[in-house]
Design a protein around this ligand. Structure first.
Ligand code: CDP
Length: 215
C-alpha cells in the first residue's frame, strides 16, 4: 500500500503521517526533509557560485543519510527549502529517490507513506490512498508558533504568520509541481479538529478503501 499525504505547512501532516505509519506498519518518508537537506547544503556553501547551480548539484548528489543531519528543522532552512523546491531541475533529480522509497520501502514494511506537497500529483499518481490536509493560515501559524516555542526558539506570532504566508504563496504559485490537491484526494480541513479526530477520520477513509478493494 502506498499512501500519498499532501498539504501546506503545519496542516498536521507530520503527526498524522507518524500515526498512520505505526498503525498500518508503513515506512515513512517526510519528503520535506529532502528539500530541507538541499536547502541546508545551499546555505552551507554560501559564496560558491550561484544559488540555483548549487541547489541542482546538491539535489543530484543527495544521499539518504543527508536527511538525518541536525538542524534541518530550523526556520531558515525551511525558507531556503521552499526556494530550492521551486527549481524544476532540483525536483527532477529528486523524483527517483522518492519513487524508489515508495515502491521498495526499507525494513520489509507493508508499504509506504510519503508526506509532502506533490506526492499524489507527481511522485505517486497511482498511490492507493491520497490525502490532502488543509487548515486556515491562522491555525497553522498558531501550531507552528507553539512548536517553535516548545523547541525554545524566540519568535513572535506575527513573524511566523508572515513567513508562512510567504512560503504558501511560493509553494502554490510555482510552475514546477505547485501545491494542489490531486483530483482523487480525500480532502480534510483540520482547522477545528484535534490530532485524534484527524487520525480517526483518515483511518475510516483508508479502511473504507481497503475493504472496497478487497470485496
Ligand atoms: O515542515 P513544513 O511543512 O513547514 O515544511 P516541509 O514539509 O519540511 O517542506 C519544506 C519546503 O519544501 C516546503 O515549503 C516546500 O516548498 C518544499 N517541499 C516541496 O516542494 N515538495 C515536497 N514534496 C515537500 C516539501
Amino acid at each position: 500500500m502506498i499512501i500519498a499525504l499532501d498539504g501546506p505547512s503545519a496542516a498536521g501532516k507530520g503527526t498524522l503521517a507518524r500515526r498512520l505509519a505505526a498503525h498500518y506498519r508503513l515506512a515513512l518518508l517526510d519528503t520535506g526533509l529532502i528539500y530541507r537537506a538541499v536547502g541546508a547544503r545551499v546555505l552551507a556553501d554560501r559564496g560558491e557560485g550561484g544559488e540555483t547551480d548549487r541547489a541542482i548539484e546538491a539535489a543530484r548528489k543527495l544521499q539518504p543519510q543527508d536527511l538525518e543531519q541536525p538542524g534541518l528543522r530550523e526556520e531558515a532552512v525551511g525558507a531556503m527549502a521552499s526556494k530550492v523546491a521551486a527549481i524544476p531541475e532540483v525536483r527532477l533529480h529528486l523524483i527517483d529517490f522518492q519513487r524508489r522509497f515508495a515502491k521498495t520501502p526499507p525494513g520489509h514494511a507493508a508499504g509506504s507513506i510519503l508526506d509532502g506537497r506533490d506526492i499524489g500529483t507527481v511522485i505517486c499518481p497511482d498511490a492507493d490512498v491520497k490525502i490532502f490536509l488543509t487548515a486556515s493560515a491562522e491555525a497553522r501559524a498558531e501550531r507552528r508558533f507553539q512548536e517553535l516555542q516548545a523547541a525554545g526558539a524566540t519568535t513572535i506570532k506575527a513573524r511566523v504568520l508572515a513567513d508562512m504566508h510567504e512560503r504558501d504563496v511560493r509553494d502554490s504559485a510555482r510552475s514546477a509541481a505547485p501545491l494542489v490537491p490531486a483530483a482523487d484526494a480525500f480532502q480534510l480541513d483540520t482547522t477545528t479538529l484535534s490530532a485524534d479526530q484527524v487520525f480517526d477520520r483518515v483511518v475510516a477513509h483508508i479502511d473504507g478503501r481497503i475493504s472496497r478493494r478487497g470485496s
